[in-house]
Design a protein around this ligand. Sequence first.
Ligand SMILES: [Zn+2]
Ligand SMILES: [Zn+2]
Length: 316
Amino acid sequence: MTRKYLLPEHGNFYKANLHSHGTYSDGVLTPELAKELYKNQGYSIYAYTEHNQLNYFKELNDDDFLVLCGFELNVANKWGGDVFEKNCHINAIARDPDNAVYVDRPQSYDPDEINRVIRELIAANYIVNYNHPSWSSEEPSDYLPLKGFTAMEIYNSNASVVTNNGRDDYHYDVMLRHGKKLFCIATDDNHNSSLISGNFRRSDSFGGWTVFKAPALTYSAIIEAFDAGNFYCSTGPEIFDYYIEDDKICIKCSPISAVYIKNDETGALDKIYSENNDMEYFECNLAEARERCKYIRFELVDENSRTAYTNPIFFD
Ligand SMILES: [Zn+2]
Ligand SMILES: [Zn+2]
């Protein structure tokens, strides 16, 4: 019996919000209050990613809370007050926060220019992620030319609350079908405007998160886990184990109603339902998937339609 771990065998789980805004750009929370609120909800990691500026709130680190240093860059193809025809937003997370240097945003909405900035970010030792294509009104022809992303948002809570288009699983599968090997993350992108505005009442905090499995809550261990794909993301269910054993893929999780095996073909490769919404383990045979698919990934759905997303297994 051989077992290959897709989440590491050893280590601890650390819940992270990888995309946020606060009082240094267009959000509402001070860095201190963001820490307090997220810690109270069981988060260990918080990425402060203001628009087009680099901050590192290192003083907020403690034994149970890790501050990630980064920023969000944006470029639109046409400006018009608060309404844009099309946008590209990318998040940069510094691998070495003490030596991080800001990289300026793209100067035009053009794939060559955006790729130039991504290359510059990678050279400056950043992890680069692609944000919320549905909110940005971007199409495959806009994002498929882009190169160098480590991950993309499969779920963005702010887009879900404010414009009801926070799910980007369609765009994620488009990326994967076209051979892009990138991980998926869920984020809040919280601005917390509901705290001061009557425009909408639902909070964009605590809607989508990413859970790393790592040996320790240190900056370098979490960056290593990020680069290795040692994480899953979720809007609800938890994943405890994800491994391959004797050509079977096995997942242990909190109680769910259904699991969908997503792949590069039309329709899910398979789905398994639980009548009592209490499935906590399932397995599927790898042989068929390996034969037919470029990749597979799993979506675990609970009785409230909240979803956990694994990173993919690639076969090509
Ligand atoms: Zn954005
Ligand atoms: Zn944002």
